[in-house]
Write a protein that binds this ligand. Structure first.
Ligand SMILES: Nc1ncnc2c1ncn2[C@@H]1O[C@H](COP(=O)(O)OP(=O)(O)O)[C@@H](O)[C@H]1O
Ligand SMILES: [Mg+2]
Length: 309
């Protein structure tokens, strides 16, 4: 039987409670069954991200990974996105078992883009990948445009209910993004969680994406996802404005998307994050002084992204 990583078990129970604990008990059995069904043998230590375990395996000598995710609605469309890409910019899907939230995927190297020190290179790689992943969306995937009204309502509630010092124009700009960019979006496949730990070193292409949400919408949306994921790397920047605008420039050019759209989505994500932090905390800090500093930083990002430069 496969040994499950302790940290993965701890964070799953912390996030999902009793349902998480119950699933963790079943997980080794699920893995064993799938290994047998798909004719695989384990081939290395079990890896994990936030929601899934990733078991390196071999099938008929070929290196692959078995990924089993926590059965959460947010993880339903991952295999659909892989099918649509058919290996373009992302790892190949060999097998799927939707009932168990499991997939057999092409194995690539364990190195992630998060290990690359040069910030411009990280953003360029992510931008180019965003371009490759922007294919026509298959039917049946969640459409970002369907969230636009709820986003706008939530922003209004956040502005009124939360204790913050953001000027009204910051919330208004985010609301305008939800309305003007959010309501009508192209039928393009969007990764949805494009950050450096979901981009892995490969040989078929230099880097390949894993762990997509599989949304339909604006290819510029994930520029905001990426910038949000890079926020802590910008913490010590001498000139935060210049550093933030550099990320927008580099991403927009590499992804061949409109820079102004990337700025607006990034501003929207930053405002959402500042409010989310106040309501629920961040993974990096659930409360106390550190959370206060993180929400302040999210505010600074949101505010400086509000100005079109
Ligand atoms: N196809 C793969 N080949 C090699 N390693 C992988 C592969 N997919 C995932 N991994 C490893 O497992 C980690 C978690 O995978 P990921 O799909 O991002 O899970 P989660 O949904 O939990 O974030 C990755 O950061 C990477 O180290
Ligand atoms: Mg991941």
């Amino acid at each position: 039987m496969i040994a499950m990583p302790e940290e993965f078990a701890r964070t799953t129970v912390a996030r999902e409670g009793a349902a998480g604990a119950k699933w963790l008990v079943q997980l080794p059995g699920i893995v064993d069954e799938l290994l047998e069904t798909w004719g695989c043998v384990p081939d290395g230590d079990v890896l994990h991200g936030g929601v899934g375990v990733v078991v390196p395996v071999r099938r008929a000598g070929e290196a692959a990974v078995l990924k089993v995710s926590f059965p959460h609605p947010g993880n339903v469309h991952e295999p659909d996105a892989f099918v649509a890409w058919a290996g373009r910019g992302a790892v190949l899907l060999h097998e799927r078992d939707d009932e168990r939230f499991a997939m057999l995927l092409e194995r690539v190297r364990p190195t992630t883009l998060a290990e690359v020190r040069d910030g411009d290179e990280v953003v360029t790689v992510a931008g180019r990948l965003n371009r490759r992943l922007a294919v026509p969306a298959p039917p049946g995937l969640p459409r970002l445009c369907e969230h636009a009204d709820a986003w706008e309502q939530q922003l209004r509630a956040d502005a009124e209910e939360l204790c913050h010092s953001l000027p009204p124009r910051v919330f208004e700009a985010a609301g305008a993004t939800a309305r003007e960019l959010g309501r009508t979006q192209p039928d393009t496949l969007v990764h949805g969680d494009l950050h450096a730990r979901n981009i892995l070193r490969a040989s078929r292409e230099p880097w390949l994406a894993v762990d997509p949400k599989g949304y339909v919408g604006d290819p510029a949306y994930d520029g905001g996802t990426l910038l949000k994921s890079r926020a802590l790397t910008l913490w010590d920047a001498d000139d935060l404005r210049t550093a933030v605008h550099r990320v927008l420039d580099v991403f927009a050019e590499a992804a061949e998307v409109d820079r102004e759209r990337v700025r607006r989505w990034a501003q929207f994500h930053a405002v959402q994050a500042a409010s989310w932090g106040r309501r629920h905390g961040f993974r990096a800090a659930r409360g106390g002084e550190r959370l206060a500093r993180l929400t302040d930083f999210a505010d600074r990002l949101a505010e400086l992204l509000t100005d079109a430069v």
